[in-house]
Design a protein around this ligand. Structure first.
Ligand SMILES: *Cc1c(COP(=O)(O)O)cnc(C)c1O
Length: 234
């Protein structure tokens, strides 16, 4: 199957999952996660109509951004853990950071975005499985609360919602509980009507579990393997 075929197949599955959940597929954005894949393959996805892309490492994207700069209307989001010393570079390269996971990072991103006169949409990453190897804030953490309350001070950041990468399990149904938890957290935060906090976006669901995520309210699925094939092991 070609990349265009894969995208068509993923879109059909998004449609079906949305229909099952009584939702409109138009409310679920498809992000192609392009880490490890070269510009050639990414261009094929763009030619097939994909416009939203995610990368997880600043350095890797910096190396290929030049070869992709001419792709019309393409939008690049950072979806991986971002070290604070790479915040400024990330703000230069990406149009959004979907993996904000610390107060310190919010400070650095805000300062960098101000310096560039840019508004930077961000999602707060939540670690629902309590896995130490994964980034993201625990849903009951003090730091999450600190970020939510500090939001008005970060004038260059636009807080738009939440993101999560649940623990991997073979059965996608096992992820349902995590996706539901993220939706409930979004609801709880939205209900507080905090200044400078919008909670429209729920970025959740990857190649093996995006249909379950859509059934649980995902507004953006981040799909790598099902579009671009297996990644080379590094
Ligand atoms: C790699 C990655 C994805 C895509 O994973 P697949 O299983 O290949 O679809 C999604 N989100 C993040 C944060 C990733 O790092």
């Amino acid at each position: 199957m070609s990349i265009a075929d894969n995208i068509a197949a993923v879109r059909a599955r998004i449609e079906a999952a949305a229909r099952r959940a009584g939702r409109s597929a138009a409310d679920v954005a498809l992000m192609g996660v392009t880490k490890t894949h070269g510009p050639e393959r990414i261009r094929k996805a763009h030619a097939a109509g994909l416009r939203l892309f995610g990368e997880n490492r600043v350095q890797e994207f910096a190396a290929k951004a030049g070869a992709l700069a001419d792709l019309a209307a393409a939008e690049w989001h950072m979806v991986g853990h971002l070290q604070t010393n790479k915040a400024a570079k990330a703000v230069e390269l990406f149009s959004a950071v979907d993996s904000l996971d610390s107060l310190k990072l919010a400070e650095k991103l805000d300062a960098a975005a101000r310096a560039l006169g840019k508004k930077l949409p961000v999602l707060i990453e939540i670690n629902l499985g309590g896995e130490e190897a994964k980034s993201g804030l625990a849903l009951d953490s003090r730091e999450l609360e600190e970020i939510l309350l500090a939001a008005p001070r970060f004038e260059a950041l636009e807080f738009r919602g939440l993101m999560t990468v649940p623990p991997f399990t073979d059965n996608p149904e096992d992820a349902r509980l995590y996706f539901r938890k993220l939706r409930q957290l979004r609801h709880a935060i939205a209900a507080r009507q905090l200044p400078a906090i919008r909670m429209d976006a729920l970025s959740m669901g990857m190649s093996h579990d995006f249909e379950v995520a859509i059934e649980e309210g995902s507004t953006c699925v981040r799909v790598g393997t099902a579009i671009f094939g297996e990644r080379p092991r590094v």
